[in-house]
Design a protein around this ligand. Sequence first.
Ligand code: TXA
Ligand code: MG
Length: 320
Amino acid sequence: MIDTQTLTPDATGIGHAAQLLKDGALVAFPTETVYGLGADARNGKAVAAIFEAKGRPSFNPLIVHVASIEEAKSLVELPFVLERLARVFWPGPLTLVAPVKEGSGLSELVSAGLPTVAVRVPNHPLAKSLLEAFGGPVAAPSANVSGSISPTTVRHVLDGLAGQITAVVDGGRCSVGLESTIIGARGDQAVLLRLGGLPPEVIEAAAGGQLGKPEAGKIEAPGQLLSHYAPSTSLRLNAEYPDDEEVYLAFGNGKDVANSLDLSPSRDMREAAANLFAHLHDLDELAKTNGLRGISAAPVPEIGLGLAINDRLKRAATPR
Ligand code: TXA
Ligand code: MG
């Protein structure tokens, strides 16, 4: 258990919060929609700690918060229609989903291995100052325990997460009180992925056309799709050793195993979660390059983040 600090909504509190984020700690902060549970989006272990604190049994992709459109454009390739929406509605309760740029530096855990990332520029004075003081992208889901409702006051945040997170910035009550509206793009059409604080009609007026509907099953929780990230080669689970035709995803048992990558040599769950998607991508490539059949994965204990790791591995092993 951590002794969760409540930070004051002034320069001292914000400076402290920014330093904690740089140190890889979890800090909840107010946005105009709901409180977010923030971590440095480039630090895989810090991002893994978000899932641990929320008690999520699976990895949902997270929203990356930045201070400006320019910063967002350094992370994602914004299609024309989304850039138009960004110019009208940012800062504000709108999240845009777009393809991640090569070299963005974002942890792959942020997007749960998807090729797209959700970004948003919030419009709350404290969120803005925090993002500026921190000077980088902050991954933040709503600051509630998985399965409970989104927090709009410090009290809500502490009721769920006291003892699990390092600090919360006290910003009073959130003005919008609903999560951001999430919009993606299909070609040059904007697509509604989640209803939220910004009404669809208002977005349609700015987009200059009707919003598209997402493909069936993709609304709300793309991370829940069964084979949402599957390697192109096969994946065999609970393998104590790889066979000759496989590359190996080890968990503390990768030493001296050929063609293997270890999720965490010291069996640290946060490190394992931080490495999961990048290792799966790299092993997939390695198998293809070496003409091998596929990947086998070591057993991971069903405790803490191990639940989410195994959930994702099971999905990845499900044939498309
Ligand atoms: O207002 C908000 O959006 C708040 C504040 C803190 O910014 N955040 C929030 O985050 O509601 P969260 O994690 O509770 O919801 C994020 C949603 C999830 O439903 C997730 O599936 C979706 O964003 N999402 C994230 N990345 C995505 C992606 N690459 N493609 C599609 N949906 C994505
Ligand atoms: Mg949420």
